[in-house]
Design a protein around this ligand. Structure first.
Ligand code: GRF
Length: 231
């Protein structure tokens, strides 16, 4: 059975990185984190990696003249460290084909909405602004668009009365941690299948063989009331 040699890219807090490290330490995820790269120095995620004895690299994006330069440096560092899969765990930059072509169908992102709704920054506030009743999180493969790549798994999270951005983000984050670890464990089990689009220029589809990849209101939700007739 394959296990995953992961490179993890972060830009900040690193709680999703921590979920990965905890799952590996607990034997729930067959993977090794070979390298953590941050485009920002001094962030909490780097300290989390260091506490776990994981090698780290800081690649300040301002020091590169263009995105390709940053991406080429990241690819070189990941290859040198032995990473063959990459997780974007709160990494706040778009990647170019320089990066994506180096890890085809092997770059995974966690996003705090049910894509394709609310791609890009502050998906939780976008969900509140639109008044949706259900949002959640998505683990997907990364392509050259913003949060547009093939979806691997999703978890639903209800928007509750009185939610503000931080309350909603905190409840989604609990699901992110669980979903990301589960999705990675399916990848480690070799369950990923990619089906190219039948239509020219259409989307590839990713499926995870043999498991239910839609998680419901696992935490923080309410059971729906039955709808009475004529009410
Ligand atoms: C998460 O909400 C993730 O979905 C988004 O950025 C946030 C990162 O959180 N892409 P953390 O750094 O993993 O704590």
């Amino acid at each position: 059975m394959p296990s995953l040699d992961l490179g993890v890219l972060i830009s900040g807090r690193g709680s999703n990185l921590q979920a990965i490290l905890d799952a590996i330490a607990a034997g729930r995820l067959d993977a090794r984190v070979r390298l953590v790269i941050s485009n920002r120095p001094g962030v909490e995620g780097l300290a989390r990696a260091e506490r776990a004895g994981i090698p780290t690299r800081v690649l300040p994006h301002q020091e590169f003249t263009d995105r390709d330069g940053f991406d080429a440096a990241a690819v070189a560092a990941l290859r040198e460290a032995g990473a063959t899969w990459v997780v974007l765990a709160g990494f706040m930059r778009l990647l170019t084909t320089t990066f994506l072509d180096a890890f085809p169908h092997r770059v995974v992102n966690i996003h705090p909405s049910l894509l394709p709704s609310f791609p890009g920054v502050d998906a939780q506030q976008q969900a509140l602004d639109h008044g949706v009743r259900i949002t959640g999180c998505t683990v997907h493969l990364v392509d050259a668009g913003t949060d547009t790549g093939p979806i691997l798994a999703q978890a639903a999270v209800p928007v509750l009365e009185g939610d503000d951005r931080d309350a909603l983000a905190a409840r989604i984050l609990v699901q992110e941690h669980a979903l990301l670890v589960r999705a990675l464990s399916w990848l480690a089990e070799g369950r990923l299948q990619i089906a190219p689009s039948a239509a020219p220029g259409g989307r590839a589809r990713a499926t995870i063989a043999g498991v239910d990849t839609a998680l419901g209101f696992a935490q923080g939700g309410r059971a729906p009331e039955p709808v009475g007739e004529g009410a």
